[in-house]
Design a protein around this ligand. Sequence first.
Ligand code: UTP
Length: 287
Amino acid sequence: MKPIRKAVFPVAGLGTRFLPATKAVPKEMLPVVDKPLIQYAVDEAREAGIEQMIFVTGRGKSAIEDHFDIAYELQTTMGERGKDMDLLDGTRLGPGACVYVRQQEPLGLGHAIWCARDIVGDEPFAIFLPDEMMHGSPGCMKQMVDAYEKVGGNMISVLEIPREAVSSYGVVDPGTSDGNLTEVKGLVEKPAVEDAPSNLIVSGRYILQPEVMRVLETQEAGAGGEIQLTDAMAKMIGQQPFHAHIFDGERFDCGSKVGYLKANLALALERPELAKEVRAFAVDLLN
Ligand code: UTP
């Protein structure tokens, strides 16, 4: 079984749910406490042993490239002023560890992944949707890679949500379960509540075999007029092992305003230097 060495980060979306904040600033650069969303995802990838980060970007996303680049002026000035260089930890990826490809038109998540096909090549790879923040230890992808090493094939991270909310997501048709792993018998993108096969939704982390790129090549537009990754994955079920992994941790949907605010509050309350003041303020405010 080939190890998971590469990860694709599709970051070419328009972020319309977060306007006006995302007019000039990429959604993935919004900070949770003091670190941009994209860096949480990259840290999670590195923890899982992933060596190469492939960013699928679009217009207006150059701040992401700058974030993971050397900042000579900043470093020199910080050095001269005796500032703590550890603040820049995690923002430098080694030579060759960062690759950027451009999705020229936001035609959907499936299309964004397909744009990375030449760099992914013929090996299994991970996908991270950086606006879904997976918070836990070990991280979500590390948990998935550990499970993948036992079962191989394709794996998606899933979450249980109230049934009436499933229509905004990709939904799993579940087979037999073993601990955190459930066999996937089918996948449906954004079904009506009455047609949904379960309340297990696909949640922002994937390990896929390279054959998915071949499926995406001929994939027609689906829900919302976009080329859907879920539709392409659905075609691979039955041909290769396919499992859903339930993450042991917490997920924040930072593409939505409420999810983003929850993430900021939850993470601030975990930071020893912030927790006391934030808690006192929150209690005051609620009273
Ligand atoms: P979303 O639908 O959550 O992101 O796509 P969005 O389109 O940026 O946001 P809204 O709905 O307008 O607010 C999930 C992920 O897929 C990427 C997004 O950047 C996000 O990480 N994506 C989506 C692309 O890279 N290209 C696309 O064409 C669509």
